[in-house]
Design a protein around this ligand. Structure first.
Ligand SMILES: CC(C)(COP(=O)(O)OP(=O)(O)OC[C@H]1O[C@@H](n2cnc3c(N)ncnc32)[C@H](O)[C@@H]1OP(=O)(O)O)[C@@H](O)C(=O)NCCC(=O)NCCS
Length: 143
């Protein structure tokens, strides 16, 4: 992900979340390149940005901080392919555990993470706003 991508990233972000990140949050991720790894998904034929994933790796621990696929391209296996690629990358970099938070009502994302072996490890009460909602903390150990 680069600054030039952010116009398109922001559009997907706005279509994907009820309380989307501000532009400055994405800029911060791009700048914080010691620990933050922001990637975009590019359509192989049109070259358009159709999704993104951002994760932090600190030592053996990885946190997925943002992840979305453009609504027009969902349910085609893209989220799965990005997630499996990310898991390969972080394993090569020595990660042992991946953690993320997901809205309790976000069944599509929770199903996807469960397919990849993430397990619910706890609840963060009122973690999200607009609307207020608990977060489910999900964890996957990397073998
Ligand atoms: C979550 C998200 C990234 C998944 O991307 P995707 O490209 O649609 O995912 P895939 O096509 O690889 O789907 C993989 C699996 O996820 C689950 N899934 C995805 N969308 C689903 C839906 N609408 N309902 C139920 N399960 C769903 C299914 O188990 C699916 O496997 P299947 O198609 O074989 O049944 C996408 O729905 C999205 O951008 N959502 C909005 C943003 C978001 O919630 N991000 C995660 C924040 S924690």
């Amino acid at each position: 992900m680069s600054r030039e991508d952010l116009r398109f990233v922001m559009e997907i972000e706005g279509k994907s979340f009820s309380n989307p990140w501000h532009l400055s949050s994405f800029e911060g991720e791009i700048e914080n390149d010691d620990i933050s790894f922001p990637y975009v998904m590019i359509h192989p034929e049109t070259g358009e940005i159709i999704g993104y994933i951002i994760f932090w790796q600190i030592g053996q621990e990885v946190q997925i901080s943002n992840f979305a696929v453009h609504p027009d391209y969902r349910r085609k296996g893209l989220g799965s392919s990005v997630l499996s690629r990310m898991l390969r990358i972080i394993k090569e970099r020595g990660a042992r555990v991946v953690v993320l938070e997901v809205r309790e009502s976000n069944n599509s994302a929770r199903c996807l993470y469960e397919k990849f072996g993430f397990e619910a490890a706890g609840i963060r009460r009122n973690y999200y706003s607009r609307p207020d909602e608990d977060a489910v903390v999900m964890v996957k150990k990397i073998k």
